[in-house]
Ligand binder design. Sequence first.
Ligand SMILES: Cc1cc2nc3c(=O)[nH]c(=O)nc-3n(C[C@H](O)[C@H](O)[C@H](O)COP(=O)(O)OP(=O)(O)OC[C@H]3O[C@@H](n4cnc5c(N)ncnc54)[C@H](O)[C@@H]3O)c2cc1C
Length: 449
Amino acid sequence: MTEPVVVIGGDAAGMSAASKVKREAPDTEVIVFEQGEWVSYAACGMPYYIKGDIEHLDDLVQVTPEEFRAERGVDLRTGHEVVGIDPDSETVTVRTDNETFEQSYGTLLIATGASAVEPPFAGMDLDGVFTLHDMDEAGEIDRYIDEHEPESAAIVGGGYVGIEMAEALDERGLDVALYEMLPQVLAPFGEAVGERVGDHLSEQGVDLHLETAVDGFSGERAVDAVETEDGRRPAELVVVGVGVEPNTSLAAEAGIELGETGAIAVDEYGRTNDENIYAAGDCAESTNVVTGEPDHVPLALTANRAGRAIGQTITGTPQPVGEIAGTAIVKAFDLGAARTGVLDEERARDAGFEPVSVTIDTASRAHYYPGASELTVTLVADEPSGRVLGASLVGREGAKRIDTVATALTAALTVEELQGADLAYAPPYSPVWDPILTAAKVLGSKLAD
Ligand SMILES: Cc1cc2nc3c(=O)[nH]c(=O)nc-3n(C[C@H](O)[C@H](O)[C@H](O)COP(=O)(O)OP(=O)(O)OC[C@H]3O[C@@H](n4cnc5c(N)ncnc54)[C@H](O)[C@@H]3O)c2cc1C
């Protein structure tokens, strides 16, 4: 009898792989072990649930456990935590509330995701102090606001989770303060974005504290203040959003190699150093399309895409998991901010490039058309070759234009080639020269100098 395909983790990467295997090879036995009760959920939607834009938490579930079992034929077992992998005997050890048992596998996919970093702040265990990484936490934050009616909130971290939560908590009527250690919010999006988003947060009434380290939180049983190097401020709710770390302990204990980023090292098909074990999603590395180096940017499309590709590979048609550009977009109140590729000069130099960049302010629509607003575009290229390395965008509309540059990165286009792209124009949508083309023209002239 052939051993089953076993998947650890029932969200984006794991369920994409499981579904693909069953679609391509319906007779293959696929068992998914998920430690929690939620599967196939859109963690990305959680801030909008807390904000109130999404009515029910389970609206964020794409496919229910029952549908996976009945319609897709996946043997999905929630409440099952995998606590060990033995690559020699090709088994995993699984624990439930009632028992611990061994399950053999023919092929194993590790799709254990990432966890929110919990810094050793004083008072992390006080009531009202949260991280936001899983659906239960989203439900808890929502309930805490309903039950305790906090008036003030502190957000620690100016990354995308912190910024989305600033908007969500503001909408729920709390006075929001945001603390960021660095001189700008959204550091991976570059300076131009950080500056505009920071100003906009302040305009929206967020009490923004840049270059401010948080020491901890105080309160009797529940949090009532945040302590920083500048003193103490009221905070009856705290969200700590200082990043995530890949869940790699199971893999590491089984002798599966981790890469230099700390995530699980995989080849272009998502295979680890054990030929029967794959890894995908937030727990695994990807290859950066610009540098060709291993990278770890835990985002949803990367997880879905890699899971799907691995599902196909397992069923006999090898499919590369694809490279990443770290393309990301975030809503910050009325602004959209986006980034792709390599923006950081030092990183570009380390990868052997000589970066040169321009930042321009353009209009999102024809200048005369009602509703046009300012769109700030930064475009980065390698000086000797002219190859596009990355971009960022920020404005009230049009940030999704980042996809044009992400596509250029995938095709390894030069600035000149990007400048030659035939992009769409009509006054309500764009100036004749799309902002990306204008940025390419300006950067092209700089390269020609
Ligand atoms: C608040 C928030 C907002 C986000 N917004 C965006 C966004 O706008 N755009 C974007 O691209 N990305 C966003 N992301 C990131 C995106 O959600 C993740 O990249 C994606 O969910 C990764 O999928 P995954 O399957 O790799 O991991 P996960 O979604 O983390 O799933 C891993 C699963 O494995 C289970 N598991 C772990 N260990 C075990 C074990 N030992 N045994 C059994 N089960 C186990 C976990 O319970 C979990 O269900 C956001 C994330 C958060 C938290």
